[in-house]
Design a protein around this ligand. Structure first.
Ligand SMILES: [Ca+2]
Ligand SMILES: [Ca+2]
Length: 220
């Protein structure tokens, strides 16, 4: 929770931001029924098996809920990726922040999990074209079980256009059958020109401002 509040504070304090959105996705029935991930990348027609699951699979319960998202590697030679959020309409210098719960059964070894991003010029229509790698965090968990992971990106000097944005993704390594779980995804951005956010659960539109209080009020 501390890092989440920091995420909000950093994005809110961005000096000339026109909007400070925050979207939330928890893969529960009320917001995400039928939805798992936005897209996948890797080998074959289904490089990751993505499913909304409940007990006995692990579920992150900090904010309530009975479901999480399970990701299983199905890509023999390339580490597959699950795309979980897009933010576009960005400009160089804008910031994007993300916090999410990750369940890694093996913090010191495979299966591995990474939170990664790539910059794209063609969102939302073609999220697979990579204009530039955006980096991320490898194996963020420090102990077996759930870890809250935070990551920030600043838009580099790329051609400005309506499709300039960030694809946030989860990499699941290293072998077919390896699995991780994620839950309770927050994505915020400081957008100088207004931007659009997409997640498997909710869609946010330009200039819509969703605050942490708004999110919490939906779950009382
Ligand atoms: Ca959940
Ligand atoms: Ca691991």
């Amino acid at each position: 929770m501390k890092s989440l509040l920091m995420l909000i504070a950093i994005l809110t304090l961005a000096a000339t931001a026109a909007a400070n959105p925050l979207i939330f996705c928890d893969w529960e029935d009320w917001g995400c029924e039928g939805f798992t991930v936005l897209a996948t990348a890797g080998q074959g027609p289904m490089p990751i098996f993505a499913a909304r699951v409940g007990a006995p699979d692990p579920v992150h319960t900090m904010f309530g809920g009975v479901k999480s998202l399970r990701l299983i590697n199905n890509s023999p030679d390339i580490v597959p990726e699950a795309y979980i959020s897009y933010v576009y309409g960005l400009q160089p210098g804008d910031r994007v922040g993300m916090e999410m719960a990750i369940y890694d059964e093996t913090p010191d070894g495979p299966p591995t999990v990474s939170i990664w991003g790539h910059w794209c010029l063609n969102l939302p229509g073609d999220p697979h074209t990579i204009a530039m790698d955006a980096g991320g965090v490898d194996n963020p968990g420090t102990e077996a079980g759930w870890s809250m992971v935070t990551c920030y990106w600043t838009v580099p000097d790329l051609p400005v256009g309506p499709g300039l944005g960030l694809v946030i993704k989860v990499r699941v390594g290293d072998m077919p059958g390896d699995r991780v779980w994620i839950d309770d995804l927050f994505v915020g951005a400081s957008c100088h020109g207004g931007c659009t956010w997409v997640s498997p659960c909710w869609y946010s539109v330009e200039n819509e401002t969703t605050t942490w209080s708004d999110v919490k009020s939906l779950y009382r």
